[in-house]
Ligand binder design. Structure first.
Ligand code: HEC
Length: 174
């Protein structure tokens, strides 16, 4: 009886510890992720929007709005898939391609979809960004995206986390 009870108690503790670990937000990592998302580091914001809902750009020739980056709020990607698309980039069908952010991507050190740059026809490799990211920075921006955007809509708290508590921009989310 006693062993049964302590076993049960041990199990409950183990489960609780796991839940706590899963809920712990590494604020330093999130802050780094926000910095990466903004200009001038990763500069994701102009294409994916500060609210992660995608961004609109006007096409000067057709005078129509086009979205350079898809919404991250509705993304179905796993953490690993996000890390990979940020590292490798993707040309896609959009007006502007998703840039490659990891210098080692498309090389033998980090093949993309099993390929290196030499396997691709001319002009098919996504352009390398002017400010590449480290693996650590990529992981930080993904942690931020999954905390603030994926499966969520913008809130006052998230808006203030992004722009700072003294910003006046977030009132509309109250
Ligand atoms: C020049 C515009 C541009 C910039 C800058 C940009 N992206 Fe993208 N991003 C795109 C486009 C276009 C796609 C869609 C590619 C496709 O699948 O066709 C995309 C796709 C993605 C996806 C996959 C979403 C999904 O579920 O399909 C993620 C995640 C992402 N971007 C994150 C980022 C992050 C993080 C940054 C900054 C470090 C960034 N992007 C910078 C244009 C951009």
């Amino acid at each position: 009886m006693n062993t049964g009870r302590s076993l049960l108690a041990g199990l409950v503790c183990a489960v609780l510890a796991q839940v706590a670990a899963a809920q712990t937000v590494d604020q330093a990592q999130i802050d780094e992720g926000i910095a990466v998302y903004k200009p001038p580091i990763g500069n994701c914001e102009p294409c994916h929007g500060f609210a992660g809902g995608g961004a609109l750009a006007m096409d000067v020739y057709t005078d129509k709005g086009t979205a350079p980056g898809p919404p991250l709020t509705t993304s179905k990607m796993s953490r690993e898939q996000m890390i990979e698309i940020i590292a490798c980039g993707r040309l896609g069908n959009e007006t502007l391609p998703m840039p490659q952010y990891l210098v080692a991507a498309w090389t033998r050190e980090h093949p993309c979809g099993g390929k290196v740059a030499a396997d691709l026809p001319m002009g098919e490799k996504p352009p390398l960004t002017s400010r590449p990211l480290s693996v650590r920075e990529i992981e930080a921006v993904v942690a931020f995206i999954q905390l603030a955007y994926q499966g969520k809509s913008m809130t006052f708290e998230t808006c203030q986390m992004y722009w700072g508590t003294r910003s006046l921009a977030c009132g509309i989310f109250k």
